[in-house]
Every structure is written in structure tokens, then in C-alpha cells.
Design a protein around this ligand. Sequence first.
Ligand code: ADP
Ligand code: MG
Length: 326
Amino acid sequence: PRLANQIAAGEVVERPASVIKELLENSLDAGSRNLQVDLEQGGVKLMRVRDDGSGIDKQDLPLALSRHATSKIVHLDDLEAVASLGFRGEALASISSVARLSLISSTGAEHAWQARAEGRDMETEISPAAHPQGTTVEVRDLFFNTPARRKFLRTERTEYTRIEEVVKRLALSRFDVGFGLRHNGRQIHSWRPAQSVPEQERRVAQICGPEFMKNALAIDIERVGLRIWGWVALPAFSRSQADLQHFYVNGRAIRDKLVSHAVRQAFQDVLHHSRHPAFVLYLELDPASVDVNVHPTKHEVRFRDGRNVHSFIFSSLHHALAEVRP
Ligand code: ADP
Ligand code: MG
């Protein structure tokens, strides 16, 4: 089973940023209101995520670290099949197969418990610990036992930047949650839960830059079962930033051709400029009409009625931009 874990780990644990994404998503799933991320050496030496969520019961700790489903991989020939499997319920197990993992958690009912798992050593030891309600996951020495994979890591700076992008993307998806990010002992970001629109806009300005917010048009448009809200930058925002394009579908960050086409088209039609538009946009629709789990590690979606979604995004932005056109 360890071989299978390490192969699966290649899918979900590509680099430190993918570990952070899984850990933060777990913390958010657990209903946390505040998350603190601590990193050393771009996350390769240490990644620690501390949350104030529901916590994990003592008896569930070993379960959290084990693969929920028994491995379907019998031969290496089956590797191709792995790519098409879902990796849900396997993130922590996959991470612990390629790093030293410690999980300290308290549900608030009694004192905390700690579980450790490390590389091929499948034994999970559980011991008493101290921790307020919530969970701290520590991942040390990523890829210590898979040198081939370690070679693919980039510089500390690059790995850090990728983590920062993941944290920013999630911080934009959950204004109601506080996020902190520390690297090599220095607190880099600290975003408190944003309740009001001005507080949300302050967070957007901190993440996307004050220039973006200064030139942003706030939009919020609703039409039978569809809502789009957020901020789009007006032409005065001169920096051409292809990476300043954040699109969320029902709270999940996605990159989608249909979506970016609709946005680009609206900008081109109204403002006649061809460079990449900058935006932070949230599309909300009936969860039954969109499949966000096309692939767990990619940011793809499949809309049941893509044409309708495209026309809604296009016409909403077109309408909003046309109103402010000089
Ligand atoms: P998945 O999230 O797909 O269930 P994971 O391997 O990421 O799989 O996590 C396994 C389980 O461990 C989760 O289902 C959850 O019950 C528990 N867990 C992990 N992280 C946390 C956390 N921060 N707070 C509470 N429970 C957690
Ligand atoms: Mg998970």
C-alpha cells in the first residue's frame, strides 16, 4: 500500500503549494474561522497549518491518516488508471508517505491528541498533547524519502511564491475567514475576517494591489438562479496582469476557457482593449448545474448549460462596463 501511496502522492503532492492547498481546504471544511500558515524554506523544510475548526476525535486520528479506500493499484501497469481516480480522502495519507507528518487536534471535549506518520513507516502513534480546539498539521522535510521528486523542486523563492498564490486564492474565496502567512519567522500576511464590503475591498486591495482596487468597478448582478459579483478593473488600471484574473464558481477557484472567453469578450466589446482584463469575480449558481470535480487537482469545471452561463457572464459584464464607459 505504501507504493500506491507514493504514486498517488505524485498526483496530489506535486510541490509544497499543493500540500498547503490540501491542508487549508481541510481546515476550511472543518469550519475554521482563523487559519495560520507557517513556512520554513519555501515550505520544503516545514509547513504548518493551525486552525480553530472542529478538530478530530482521538479515535478518528489514525483514520484521518489512512487511505479511505483500499488501493486499486496492483501492478505498475495500472499507473494510468491512477490518473483517473479521485484522490479524495487520501490527501493526508499521500502527504505522509512523502514527508514527516504530525497532526495535533482537539475537539474541545477533552485534551488534545497527536498522531505522527512518516514515510514508509505506516505505524501511527497517538500520544496526548496540548492544543486549543482545532487542528495543527505539521509537514516536515517534504520528499525526504523520494529524492527523484525533490529534484523537481524549484528555488525557495519560487516555492514560497506558489504557496503565497494558493493562500491568496483561498483568502479571496473566504472573506469570512482570517488568514495568516509566516515565512522563515516573518509574518508576511495577516488578513482578519472581513465582514463588511469595505473590509472585503481592503482585503482585495492587499491581495491584488491598491492600484487594482482604485480602478475597480464593483458589480453584483443576479438573474434567475445566477449571480455574478465582485470587481473588474477599468482601463485606467494600466498594468497588464495576466495573473490578476480570479474567478470563483460557488466559492471554488477555477480556470475555464468558457468563462475567460465571456469576460474577455465583454471587455473587448465595450472598452475595445485587447490586453488581459483584471478581475476578481464570483459566480454563484445551482450546484446541481455545475460539476467542479472534473479533476481534484485541476481547476476545471463543467457547466450543464455552458451557453447560458457564457451569455449571463458576458451580458452582465457588458451591462456593467457600458454604464461607466467614458
Ligand atoms: P478528505 O479531506 O478528502 O476527507 P484528507 O486526507 O484531506 O481527505 O483528510 C482526511 C480526513 O481527516 C478528513 O476527512 C477530516 O475528517 C480529517 N481532517 C483533516 N484535516 C482536518 C482539520 N484541519 N480539521 C478537522 N478534520 C480534519
Ligand atoms: Mg482533504
